[in-house]
Design a protein around this ligand. Structure first.
Ligand code: GRF
Length: 217
């Protein structure tokens, strides 16, 4: 297989990004705060949701971030829904799309429009426990260590190149809530850092390995 190499991000320390969220948006909240605190050199230019009730939209408004809602039932099919979102992302001139609890698989046209420029966060150590129920599946399987994965998005379900991972131990007596709350704490550390690395042009995609170039930290 031919090895593809690309430097992601512009390395200029300033990147316009969009965040896609379907639900509560706590990762959006932490990212927005990190941006406001000057820890992540990006502008969140747009928050997109596929659910007009998503609390993530309120969080975006609280941070004065523009929002857009695209609901699947308003489109004749899935490709036209994805195309409408891609159009909005292009109009917003974003160079990184950050999925933060976005509960839809991004379609192939969407992936190819932003290849190497879509990130997702998953509440398990991929490639174990992909899909919607990563936390429950890890608990049920009985693993002693789970964690968080940030990865680039490809056409598969949670299969793209891994950018960063953090392990979270599963403790005796953990239930879904207690494990999820420690996983969230790891997410809030890992996602802003991954977005910063992208913005600093420090993520090098080589085949399916993501190398992190050295920087100030
Ligand atoms: C996170 O746990 C993330 O790993 C998963 O969806 C959840 C989103 O939570 N992809 P929130 O909406 O950011 O609170």
């Amino acid at each position: 297989m031919e090895r593809e190499m690309a430097i992601t991000g512009r390395g200029e320390g300033y990147v316009r990004i969009a965040v896609l969220a379907s639900g509560s948006g706590t990762n959006l909240e932490r990212l927005a705060r990190a941006v406001e605190d000057g820890e992540v050199p990006v502008e969140i230019a747009l928050v997109v949701s596929d659910n007009h009730d998503a609390y993530a939209l309120q969080r975006a408004r609280d941070h004065r971030i523009p929002t857009a809602v695209f609901e699947l039932e308003d489109y004749p099919d899935r490709p036209s829904f994805d195309r409408a979102i891609v159009k909005a992302l292009k109009e917003a001139r974003v160079s990184l799309v950050v999925l933060a609890g976005y509960m839809k698989l991004v379609g192939p046209e969407f992936v190819s429009a932003f290849r190497g420029r879509i990130m997702n966060i998953h509440p398990a150590l991929l490639p174990s426990f992909p899909g919607e129920h990563g936390v429950e599946d890890a608990l049920e399987h009985g693993v002693k260590v789970s964690g968080v994965t940030v990865h680039f998005v490809d056409e598969g379900l949670d299969t793209g190149p891994i950018i960063a991972q953090e392990a979270v131990p599963v403790l005796e007596g953990d239930d879904k809530e207690s494990l999820l709350s420690r996983i969230h704490e790891a997410e809030y550390r890992l996602y802003p850092r991954a977005v910063r690395l992208f913005a600093e042009g420090r993520l090098l995609l080589e085949g399916r390995r993501v190398r992190v170039l050295p920087g100030a930290d």
